[in-house]
Design a protein around this ligand. Sequence first.
Ligand code: GLU
Length: 450
Amino acid sequence: MKKDVKGSPAGRVVTRFAPSPTGYFHAGSYRTALFSCIYARQHGGSFILRIEDTDKERSKKEYEKNIVDSLEWMGLSYDAFYRQSERTEIYRRYIQRLIDSGHAYVSKEAGGKEGGREEVIRFRNPGRTVAFDDLIRGHIEFDTAELGDFVIAKSMDEPVFHLVVVVDDREMGITHIIRGEDHISNTPRQILIYEALGATPPAYAHIPLLLAADRSKLSKRNGAKPVTAYRDEGYLPEAVVNYMALLGWHPADDREVVPFGDIVKEFSLERVQKSGAIFDEEKLAWFNRQYLQRLDDGAFLAGARPFMPASIAEDAAVRLVPLLREKARCYADAARLLAPGGELGFAAALPAYDPEMLLWKKAPDKAAAAAHLAAVKAALEAVPAAGFSADAVKAAVWPYAEAKGRGDVLWPFRIALTGQERSPDPFASAAVLGKEETMARIRAAIAQLG
Ligand code: GLU
């Protein structure tokens, strides 16, 4: 339930995440949202989502939806939701108030459409030094004189960024502004507006940027994917959240896999590092594997099932779990492994293969290969279908393979089952296929050799 949290009872923490819906939501923005949300939860406060869509040209509903979907997938719930495009009346009131108190004025300027004059509303900058104590970066001072009388609205109904941020943060009772350090240079202007309104600015915490592998700021241009791309690849949201929380912050010890509840307990802005953190896809995949390993078989299967080809029957899907667990970094890997040509593609369908492939390179003899396959088949008859595990298959076939030569026996056995050079060992492959299919494939291989 989303409730309005206008104003903040003394001492209560209220944070916000204020994205502009001008692009797909990627890790850089996500981490800002995460830190703001964690901080609010940790203090029993509120977390607000505010869509900053005053730039009509660049803001798109599609991007807003992507932000909302991403937060939902990652389990970051907010207590209130606002859209700046619906708050024009409020901003108008504040602009009027600033004009009335002499802190802002209407300025007629050249450069309007068709060479005419246009009106803008400028803030009357007292031009003094502004200081604040950032919770991450410490004491910061700016000389605001060079900023001049900056624009706060293009008209009474078109306020611009600095004004709307301050009005909303004030109206919504924000106590802590946690945002990217690219906003540090905006802070002095915003503090001046607070002062003009006779209000005290909230606390600021500017978090270091997320960087791409080449240390440039993470952005769409250097390959930052939308957060929803990880959802679509079948990453576990808990793993993604855990990884991202550790970008720029870490617990007092060197634990890496930290459940969200513990992160909320242990997080502190004071421990957020000042330098940029590198977003590393490989490391994210490592985290996801850690979380996949912790799932029981049932939960793993439930997550992986939608990514498996439809031709895989339920019992085969169950039998695939150990192999998928061993090889998959995310659920979409299950789709890749099981696709034709993938390492486990044989489980979905036996590929057509050249009978020559059945011949062990050190003893390329058709009759011998057929005889070994017949012996393997005979040994497997004794293994019950219900207990057709990799261990049981191995126990049945191993003595014969030892006696006749492992390569001579196991090579044609594996190719008969998988038809592919790259595939798991024949015991694991047989267990995945089940007894009936294993026997059918061995029979077909023997027929091909005849
Ligand atoms: N809307 C701004 C952005 O997307 C954030 C403003 C703020 O956090 O103060 O960069």
